[in-house]
Write a protein that binds this ligand. Sequence first.
Ligand code: PXP
Length: 251
Amino acid sequence: MPLSPVLKLGVNIDHVATVREARYRGRPFGEPDPVEAARVCEAAGAHGITCHLREDRRHIVDRDVWRLREVVRTRLNLEMANTPEIVDIALRVRPDIVCLVPERRQEITTEGGLDVAGQEVALTETRRRLNAAGIAVSLFIAPDPAQVAAAARVGSQFVELHTGGFAEHFADPAARAREVERLAAAARQAHELGLRVNAGHGLNYVNLPALWAVPHLVELNIGHSIVSRAVFTGLEQAVRDMLALMAGYPG
Ligand code: PXP
C-alpha cells in the first residue's frame, strides 16, 4: 500500500511575539524571542514557520520577519493583508509562501476568510507579482464553493481553509458535522481545481482528530494552542505532541 504523504505542520509563532510586546512594546529587544521560538519549533520537527505581519505590528514586527528569513531552514510562510506597504515588504523579504488574509484592526485575530470573489482583480495582480519573485501564494478562505472557485481563477498555488467555524462549533455534534462536511467539500473542490489545500485557525489538541474526515490536506497552520501548551510543557514538547497527533491523519 503506498504511504500517504505526511501532513505538515506550520507553527504560527505570532503569540510568542504577543507575550514579548506585552512588556517590551516599542523597544528594539525583548523576550520571549519569536526567532528563537522558530529555531525550537524546527528542531522539534515542524515543517514550517508561520507569522503574520499585521499593519498595526501588534505582535510580529518588521525586524522579526527579516531575522526569521535568515534563520528559518524549513519554510517561512508570511501571512499578510494585500496592501501596498506589506506587499512591498514581502517582495523584499522573500518568504517561501505568502498567505493573503483579510485584516481589520479591531479584530483580536483573523476572523473571517478573504472575499476572493469580490477582489479578484487586485488579488490576481498581487499573486502575479509574488509568483514572479519566486514566492508561492496561498489565499485564506472560508470553506465556500464560490471562494474556492475564485481562488482557482486568481491562480494561487494554495488555499488555506478557515477552520474557525469548525473550532467554534466543535462542542455541538450536529453543527460540528456540518462544518466538517463544508471543509471536506471545499477540500475536494480545491483539489479538483488543482489547488493545494492547507487549513488553520482555532485548531487544538482536542478538536484536531475530528478534522481527519477532510481529504487532501497538505499543511496545517497552528499557533495559539501550541504556544498555550508550551507555557506548561515547553515549546519543543508542545510541537512534538502536535506532530504525534497529526501522524493520525489518514491522508
Ligand atoms: N492561519 C491563519 C491564516 C491565521 O490567520 C491564523 C491566526 O493567526 C492561524 C492560521 C492560526 O490560528 P491559531 O492561532 O488559532 O492556531
